[in-house]
Design a protein around this ligand. Structure first.
Ligand SMILES: C[S@@+](CC[C@H](N)C(=O)[O-])C[C@H]1O[C@@H](n2cnc3c(N)ncnc32)[C@H](O)[C@@H]1O
Length: 203
């Protein structure tokens, strides 16, 4: 069953919305200063109310774009956060055009239908040129047994299967901090992927 994200925002059925950036994000940003200073363009897909995108824009000199399918989310992000180099737009990630040195993923991959995961990877491969990065906090295990997603869980091996070949995994680590309701071993994983040159892609 597909989710009407706008309806979820209109009715306030937004359990992912925590009112702040992911607690691990400051740590990731300080651990990857070089990536942040070098990035000229950053995309945050499925940005929701924009907390992560706003924090990223405070540490990078590049342009940061928060993108979300739901106009309601983008309106709220725009009313909360503004600043030089920070922009918001409503749009479908799968249709999005552009070139980004860095994409930050947090609860977007787990929100899209499982059948569209290969499209997510090919979209990232299209938006990120060789040498560019995808930094993500992946929600592996939403721990909602019996209930249907989203969020839809994924294993590390599945992630390697989807991204491997077009992206190489540079680094992965369980977050040292997270939201109260997401604590527990193996529930989330921070991963830095680098886009490999097309000629070196393994299919
Ligand atoms: C679980 S929410 C997470 C929001 C935000 N990342 C956060 O953690 O607060 C997933 C978000 O992805 C957006 N979304 C779902 N499918 C999308 C698509 N195809 N393109 C862009 N955004 C999408 C939804 O509207 C929603 O805001």
């Amino acid at each position: 069953m597909s989710v009407d994200w706008s309806e979820r925002y209109r009715t306030g059925e937004t359990p992912w919305e925590k009112g702040e950036p992911h607690p691990e994000l400051s740590f990731l940003l300080s651990g990857h200063r070089g990536l942040m200073t070098e990035a000229r363009s950053v995309l945050v897909p499925g940005c929701g109310f924009g907390h992560d995108a706003h924090l990223i824009s405070s540490v990078t000199r590049g342009e940061v774009l928060g993108l979300d399918l739901a106009e309601e989310a983008i309106d709220e992000a725009g009313s909360r956060y503004s600043g030089e180099g920070l922009a918001w737009t409503t749009g479908d990630l799968f249709q999005w055009e552009g070139t980004y040195d860095l994409v930050f993923e947090h609860t977007c991959f787990c929100a899209i239908p499982v059948a569209r995961r290969p499209d997510y990877v090919s979209t990232m491969a299209r938006l990120i040129p060789a040498g560019g990065h995808l930094l993500g906090i992946f929600f592996l295990n939403p721990d909602h047994e019996g209930e249907e997603g989203p969020p839809f869980g994924v294993t590390l091996d599945e992630l390697k299967g989807f991204f491997g070949g077009t992206f190489e995994m540079i680094w992965s680590q369980p977050p040292s901090k997270t939201f109260e309701g997401r604590k527990g071993d193996g529930r989330e994983l921070s991963i830095l992927w680098r886009r490999v040159p097309e000629r070196m892609e393994k299919r």
